[in-house]
Design a protein around this ligand. Structure first.
Ligand code: FAD
Length: 382
């Protein structure tokens, strides 16, 4: 292998480059990223950066030391699998092996009004400047991001309204009954549930019933879509993310996808999953690197390729609490709730009695045992 091109520029891309070098790859390594910044971490953007306690979240990643040719402010616009080249805004890049790590883009609402999203460090710094005392902030979506932005906006002295289409905060992720347990945390926010938004217009947000809510700042936190536009027409199988197998291999030889952009086959869940969490991107990178280097070799034929199929995990810091969730529950799983003076614990069980997910509020010590229990209950062999 002489030339590996990594398209992305976030956590998954940086970690894959590092892993490739650690595993002994010594050929050309090119990293192509749209943003003007070297790779950085996103979770602190809606926490420390919005709160003003941190400006930089740069990852420990030294392109010079790793001999990575890093092309910032360069966007991949196309992929030609026949000639094995990536087209970019700065020319073409040939490759022997390709890593797709382009993450996800926030979903935007219709309308010609200004709407802030929170995906990049530039988004976070720009939003922080606008969170001033008395500013009327309207959040669309009582989502994980919505809750973290609400926390920062209240801390900055803003007046915060949140419009949520569902019947409870976090209901899209946790269901209405469990989401409702979080409603008391929103007491300082004008939280309007069952309120779908039609558009963001100049000066305000238009609710589906026609009401217009005036706003100085509108923040949309209604989810993300995998960034796959540049792969349209390439022939790669894409449907709700780049389809990869349990070894992270896409539908063309020598191409892998990692992080938010990948819709991977999970033997554990017996289906395809796209996991938009920090932990996923970090854990997938060494597997992708190993697979890229080993696939097709004699070693791989005897020892087999590594499998990436962890139990998903993420956290959120909101309203002064740490929320952690591990596993993956479905709408038909039964939730059991313990509440010890606000320290919530939710355990979801499938109809055959297996623990499928655990959520803890300020219960950091319980995370590791819960994760082990779920991994055992949801092992592909169980
Ligand atoms: P990204 O980090 O999105 O990186 C993708 C990069 O690719 C971007 O820099 C993008 O500009 C670039 N790119 C896109 N298209 C192209 C192209 N065509 N050409 C070149 N470059 C391109 N997860 C948690 O588990 N806990 C949290 O508390 C948490 N908080 C979060 C808070 C915020 C504000 C955000 C945005 C995310 C948060 N996440 C959290 C999710 C976590 O950060 C992501 O899962 C993780 O960043 C995914 O990494 P990635 O490398 O796959 O994608």
């Amino acid at each position: 292998i002489r030339r590996i091109v990594v398209v992305g520029g976030g956590l998954a891309a940086a970690r894959t480059c590092t892993a490739l070098r650690r595993k002994g790859y010594s050929g050309d390594l090119v990293l192509i990223g749209s943003e003007p910044h070297p790779p950085y971490d996103r979770p602190p953007l809606s926490k420390d950066v919005l709160a003003g306690t941190r400006d930089s979240t740069e990852l420990p990643f030294d392109p010079q030391a790793l001999s990575v040719r890093m092309r910032t402010t360069t966007t991949a616009t196309g992929l030609d699998l026949a000639t094995r080249t990536v087209t970019t805004t700065a020319g073409t890049e040939p490759f022997d092996r390709l890593v797709v790590a382009t993450g996800a883009d926030p979903v935007r609402l219709p309308g010609d009004g200004e709407q802030c999203a929170l995906r990049t460090v530039d988004d976070a710094v720009a939003l922080r400047r606008r969170l001033v005392p008395g500013a009327r902030v309207v959040l669309v979506g009582a989502s994980w991001i919505g809750a973290e932005v609400a926390t920062a906006a209240l801390g900055a002295g803003c007046t915060v309204t949140c419009l949520e289409a569902g019947a409870a905060p976090l209901s899209a992720a946790l269901g209405t009954d469990v989401g409702a347990l979080f409603t008391p945390w929103w007491r300082d926010v004008d939280l309007r549930l069952g309120t779908p938004v039609a558009s963001v217009d100049r000066g305000g947000v238009r609710v589906a019933d026609g009401t217009v809510l005036p706003a100085d700042v509108v923040v949309t936190g209604i989810g993300v879509r995998p960034s796959t536009g540049w792969l349209d027409g390439s022939g790669l199988v894409i449907d709700g993310g780049v389809h990869v197998d349990e070894h992270l291999r896409a539908s063309a030889p020598g191409v892998v996808a990692v992080g938010d952009v990948a819709a991977r086959w999970s033997p554990r869940f017996g289906g395809r999953v796209r996991v938009e969490h920090w932990d996923e991107a970090g854990a997938a990178a060494p597997v992708a690197a190993q697979v890229l280097l080993a696939d097709g070799t004699e070693d791989a034929e005897t020892a087999g390729l590594p499998v990436h199929d962890p139990v998903p995990y993420f956290w959120s810091d909101q309203f002064g609490h740490k929320v952690q969730y591990v596993g993956r529950h479905t709408a038909t799983d039964q939730a059991y709730v313990d509440d010890e003076a606000g320290k919530l614990r939710v355990r979801w069980y499938s109809s055959d009695g297996r623990l499928t997910a655990w959520l803890g509020v300020d219960r950091m010590r319980e995370l590791v045992p819960a994760r082990k229990e779920i991994a055992a209950a949801l092992s592909p062999a169980a």
